[in-house]
Design a protein around this ligand. Sequence first.
Ligand code: AVJ
Length: 355
Amino acid sequence: MLRSTPVTTKLPVIDLERAAPEVGSPADADRDALLAGLRAPRAWIAPKFFYDALGSTLFDAITELDEYYLTRTERAILRAREREIAAASGCDGGTLIDLGAGNGEKAASLFAALRPREYVAVDISVDYMHHSLEVLQRRFPGIVMTDIGADIARPLVLPAHIGRTRRLFFYPGSSIGNFVPDQAQRFLAGLGAHVDDTGALLIGVDLVKDAATLQAAYDDPLGVTAAFNLNVLRRVNRIIGSDFVLADWRHVAFFDAAHSRIEMHLEARRAVCVRWASGERRFAAGERIHTENSYKYPLEAFAALLGRAGLEQHACWTDERQWFAVVLARRSGARRRSDCGEPTPDDGGAADQKR
Ligand code: AVJ
C-alpha cells in the first residue's frame, strides 16, 4: 500500500490481500460446487463462473448493447446525482469499499465527488483488478488503495488497517439481483455489520418493468448475451475437465414474473452425455442448466428487503422512466430516513448520449 505517492515515482505497489485460506483450496471448492450443480436433478452453474478473461470482456460488450439499459442508466444517475449522493452519504474523507470492483472505473468516476481518503477494491478476478488498480493509483496518488481478492458472496474479512468510520460500501450494477432474496438479505446484513452509524451503503438496483424490455436486455439479437452464457461451459471444461460441446447448447433467457427475476439457462439442443474424470451426466434434448437469476425489484420491495437486513433506505435516485435505482442505505436508526428523490431529468440513454 502506498500513501500519497508523487505521480513521478515508479509504479506504486498496492497491497494485494488475498482471501484468507479456507479449509481446502478455493480451487477445490469451485470444483466441488460445479460438480454438485451438474449432478443435481435440475443442473445449475453459479454465475460467478461467467467471469474469466473472455467472460469479463463479453460482459463489457453487453454493457454497450442498446438493449442492456442497466449500466448506462446507472451511470447517468450517478453522474447527475454525484453531489447529492456525496452529501447524503456523509462519508467525505472516509473509506470507499467497492464490491465487485472490476477495473475500478465506476468508483473512480465518483472520486471527485466522494473524496475518499481510502479506496478498497474487492473482486474475484484478482489479477485483472490488481493491474487496473496500479493504473488507478497513479491517477489518484492521494488516495490510499488496497485490493482484496475475494468472492463477495462469502463473508467479507477486511484487513485491520482499513478505516472503520465513514465507510461507504459501493455495490453497483444491480449485482444484488444475482442473489435470491433470502441470500440478498443475509448479504446486506453482513455489510451492515461492517459499518457504524457514520457509514453507508450505495447500491444499484434494477427495477421491475415490462417483460419485453427485460427480456430483450438478456436475449439481445446480436447474440452477445448468448455468447456470454455459453462461454461458462468453456470455463467449466477447464475447471473440472469436462467435455461440454458448445454447439450442443442454446442460450435461453426469460422473465419469470412470479419470482420477479430473469432466468438464464443453457438448453441442450439434442440428447447429450457430458463426461469428466469422476463421472458423467446425461441431458435429454431440451433439458436445461440454470446459469443465472437476475432479480428485478419494485422500489418498495427493495426498501423492505433492506429493513429485514437491519438497514434502512436513507435516499434513492432513479431515472425518469424509473428503470433503475441507486439507493443509499444506513443501519436502522442511524440517521433520519428520507424518501425517494426527484427522478433524474434525463433517461439513461439520452443522458448518456449527450456526453
Ligand atoms: C452483472 C449480475 C448485474 O444480472 O444484469 C448481464 C449479469 N447477465 N447479462 C445482470 C448479466 C446477463 C448482470 N449483473
